[in-house]
Design a protein around this ligand. Structure first.
Ligand code: FMN
Length: 312
């Protein structure tokens, strides 16, 4: 689980901050440079235009290899808009599946929220997990002070227990698989002679939920997720197509447990990707749906357990 500090700096302010971070974490530093780095004539005008037109830049850098479980701390300046050409270009060109990312924007006086928001979105779309976001002001601060601030952030990052986070894309694929399993169970239970029609309705509702999840998956990956295994998902329903009364009642209990677990998972999902409005909306809706379905099936299980089994 390696940590790397990646920074971009023209006059050395981000460098000072990044050095403080890297020292405290004990991590290597990697510098991004681009056509503005040597400050050619008119670079500020061109830089402002690139930011205004949201053109991600082409940057050069030392090799940064980050894999699942690794940590990247990105330090970059605010140039008055929602992208920073070099850092945005770097993030959009890097696969970050399962990489924990900290974002630090450095600016003279204030601003930078839109840049952090966009950068967070970019990191998530690349499969990364944003672990921390911060902003540093350079106004009236010496290089030493910036280094000391960096050192404080580095210490804080060092205290965070390391864990391998799930990317948004992995969360969505997991949710799609889980909903497929739940739908298969509802379908199987609905086939029990004398079962309530509500089970068929719930199976149909699961198809709608799958569509909603696929829609968001498509937004973030450009593809519809095709689970590898055929339908129904392996190991979800018993081999025998017909259920005994005991199996039917146990099946209802199992679904209650799955739906309850699902509600908790969706609530965590909303918290993990709080900046993604579409994801939060979906996750909150699914949390409510799963809670409602768990209640419904629990009631059904209770009344079915009390009812006298009909004999052939
Ligand atoms: C094109 C450009 C636009 C900038 N716009 C802002 C701004 O809107 N607000 C701000 O506080 N600082 C702004 N800055 C200042 C930078 O954020 C600041 O110079 C940088 O963080 C200092 O680090 P560096 O010069 O070592 O890269 C701008 C700098 C440039 C070059």
């Amino acid at each position: 689980m390696a940590t790397t500090v990646v920074f971009y700096s023209i006059a050395g302010q981000e460098r000072a901050f990044a050095e403080g971070v890297a020292d405290a974490v004990g991590a290597p530093l990697a510098e991004l440079t681009d056509s503005f780095s040597s400050r050619p004539a008119g670079w500020k005008r061109r830089a402002r235009r690139a930011v205004r037109q949201r053109v991600p830049g082409v940057c050069t850098m030392q090799d940064v290899v980050a894999g699942r479980g690794d940590v990247l701390i990105l330090v970059f300046p605010y140039w008055g808009g929602s992208i920073h050409p070099a850092m945005t270009g770097f993030v959009r060109a890097t696969t970050l599946s399962g990489v924990s990312v900290h974002l630090v924007v450095v600016r003279r006086r204030g601003g930078g929220d839109e840049l952090l928001e966009q950068m967070e979105d970019d990191v998530i779309r690349q499969g990364g997990v944003v672990e921390g976001v911060g902003a540093v002001r350079t106004w009236l601060r010496s290089t030493q002070q910036l280094r000391a601030l960096g050192s404080r952030l580095g210490e804080a990052v060092r205290q965070i227990p390391r864990r391998v986070g799930m990317s948004l894309q992995e969360w969505l694929r997991q949710a799609i698989n889980d909903e497929r399993s739940v739908r298969a169970r509802y379908e199987h239970l609905a086939a029990f002679p004398g079962s309530r029609t509500v089970l068929r309705t719930l199976a149909t509702a699961e198809t709608k939920h799958l569509q909603l999840l696929q829609e968001v998956h498509h937004t973030y990956t450009g593809t519809v997720y095709e689970p590898k295994h055929g339908e129904p998902p392996a190991g979800v329903v018993p081999e025998s197509p017909s259920l005994s009364r005991e199996e039917y009642l146990q099946g209802l209990k199992d679904v209650v447990e799955l739906e309850t677990k699902g509600a908790v998972t969706y609530a965590e999902f909303a918290l993990s990707f709080a900046t993604q409005q579409d994801v939060v909306r979906l996750a909150e809706r699914m949390t409510a749906v799963k809670q409602r379905q768990a209640r419904l099936v629990r009631r059904l299980h209770r009344s079915e357990s009390r009812s006298v089994p009909h004999s052939d």
